[in-house]
Design a protein around this ligand. Structure first.
Ligand SMILES: C[S@@+](CC[C@H](N)C(=O)[O-])C[C@H]1O[C@@H](n2cnc3c(N)ncnc32)[C@H](O)[C@@H]1O
Length: 451
């Protein structure tokens, strides 16, 4: 059912991804197209307990499934709850021959559905005329990007893939009606509630709330690798939408200082709402270009609270550089980003180097810097670590523990020992401590500043 590669229409970009390990490209591309089978929630320990949220999840799953999927914990990361896929409760083949009508969504929405989401109104491209509320429909994704929003006839294409079965919750005119004009309010609400998809990931939507957040496992591991402690001064350089920032503050028991920067103003506004809702007092978020966060002329601040950015040398105990990247690890990647070009791919390492160059002086001696990306390219991952080790002799690579992912790629500038220290989610073993790990592509490296 899945394509062989997200880059069938963009072979030039595909060829850039693993230039030094081309023999692994085919396997990587096919893995990117597949759905991660585990769903993970990070429990906010300042608001609730893991057993309490686990019970809430289990109640929801029991209500929805006669054979509810298993919810399990990961001992080395106690705030995580994982949900396994379900066994099919409906006969998909039978449904494909019985059901009359189809709904078509775009490839991004399709990817979200395969991970357990429902279809929100803006995601619907086609719904056949005459489709009724509460009618069961077959749901497809248009991989070619040719289906026009508002289509009211059967959309036939060799590039559409079957995703699953859903129930219509909004009528056509509510989805496509007056709101199709550019001046109208954006569409809101669930248009089609999914019953089951081909991935088997439970279709429970996003249950994020103050008590817990739906978050990919490697993003949670990343903050655990940083290991923030109460009372520390931590910089989150590229922070929006703030999911790692709030995790940092939670692990610090909301004691200490977390400075969050992002260069996009409206993303910071959204983050501020989130921080206020969670009542986290230790975080201060600024709309600021982190490549300019270091100021060589500024005196070290000995006030209890830091002022505004930029900051003086040796200010932070820990720095998270969760860098802007090509984001190619976001599985399932059914179709690669349509606007991704070779030039664009080559632009990311440039900004990542600038961000590193600002981070190193900001870190205190013995301070910890964690670098992460949600992509799979050599240049942005192993290549960036090799560049840092060469450019900044004061930075020592140390093991990125807890290590749930795989190791770094071969044939890059990293030594065999260095490859073992970094954490690449992609080629990892399928299990960790007996627990299945099937998640998105991600990379984590940890450094200590020696002087
Ligand atoms: C991978 S996302 C960060 C995700 C975030 N850490 C989280 O877990 O919620 C990268 C972010 O970097 C921001 N960004 C890009 N260039 C930046 C710069 N020069 N300074 C600060 N932020 C930047 C982007 O706006 C984007 O929000």
């Amino acid at each position: 059912m899945y394509p062989k590669s997200p880059f069938l229409r963009n072979p030039l970009v595909e060829s850039q991804i693993l230039q030094r390990n081309p023999s692994q490209l085919e396997e990587l591309m096919s893995w990117l197209c597949k759905v991660p089978t585990i769903t993970t929630y990070r429990v906010n320990s300042l608001r609730t307990t893991v057993p309490a949220f686990k019970q809430k999840l289990q109640e929801i799953l029991h209500e929805r499934y006669t054979q509810p999927p298993k919810v399990y914990e990961i001992p080395s990361i106690p705030e995580v709850l994982c949900i396994l896929p379900t066994s099919f409760s409906v006969d998909m083949k039978q449904k494909q021959s019985d059901l009359q009508r189809e709904v078509v969504v775009d490839s991004c929405c399709g990817a979200a559905l395969l991970r357990g989401a429902h279809i929100y109104a803006p995601g619907v491209l086609a719904m056949e005329a005459g489709t009724k509320i509460n009618e069961e429909v077959l749901v497809y994704a248009d991989l070619a990007g040719k289906c026009k929003q508002g289509t009211n006839i059967r959309y036939d294409s060799l590039d559409k893939i079957f995703l699953g079965v859903g129930v219509v919750r909004m009528q056509r005119h509510q989805i496509f009606g007056p709101t199709m004009s550019s001046t109208a309010e954006p569409l809101k609400g669930i248009a089609v509630e999914m019953i089951e998809t081909m991935s088997g990931v439970p279709t429970i939507g996003d249950l994020s709330c103050k008590e817990a957040l739906l978050q990919n496992l490697p993003s949670i591991v990343c903050v655990r690798v940083l290991n923030p402690q109460p009372g520390e001064r931590v910089l989150d350089m590229c922070a929006a939408p703030g999911n790692k920032t709030t995790h940092i503050a939670e692990l610090m028991g909301d004691k200490g200082e977390v400075i969050a920067l992002d260069k996009v103003a409206n993303k910071i506004s959204g983050m501020l709402v989130k921080i206020t809702n969670l009542a986290l007092k230790s975080i201060r978020a600024y709309n600021f270009d982190a490549t300019k966060a270091f100021c060589a002329d500024k005196e070290a601040e000995d006030n209890e609270c830091l002022g505004m950015p930029p900051f003086a040398a040796n200010t932070f105990d820990k720095i998270l550089l969760d860098a802007p990247c090509s984001a190619l690890g976001n599985r399932p990647l059914l179709v690669g980003p349509p606007n991704m070009s070779q030039r664009m791919l080559q632009s990311y390492p440039k900004v990542q180097r600038k961000l590193f160059s600002a981070a190193v002086p900001l870190l205190k001696p013995n301070g910890v810097l964690v670098y992460s990306t949600c992509t799979v390219t050599e240049e942005e991952n192993e290549g960036m670590v090799a560049w840092v080790l060469e450019k900044f002799p004061q930075m020592r690579l140390v093991p990125a523990t807890p290590h749930l992912g795989g190791i770094g790629l071969e044939q890059t500038a990293l030594s065999d020992v260095e490859r073992q220290y970094v954490q690449r989610f992609g080629q990892q073993p399928k299990e960790f401590e007996g627990i299945p790990i099937d998640t998105v592509g991600f990379f984590i490296a940890k450094f200590i500043k020696e002087y």
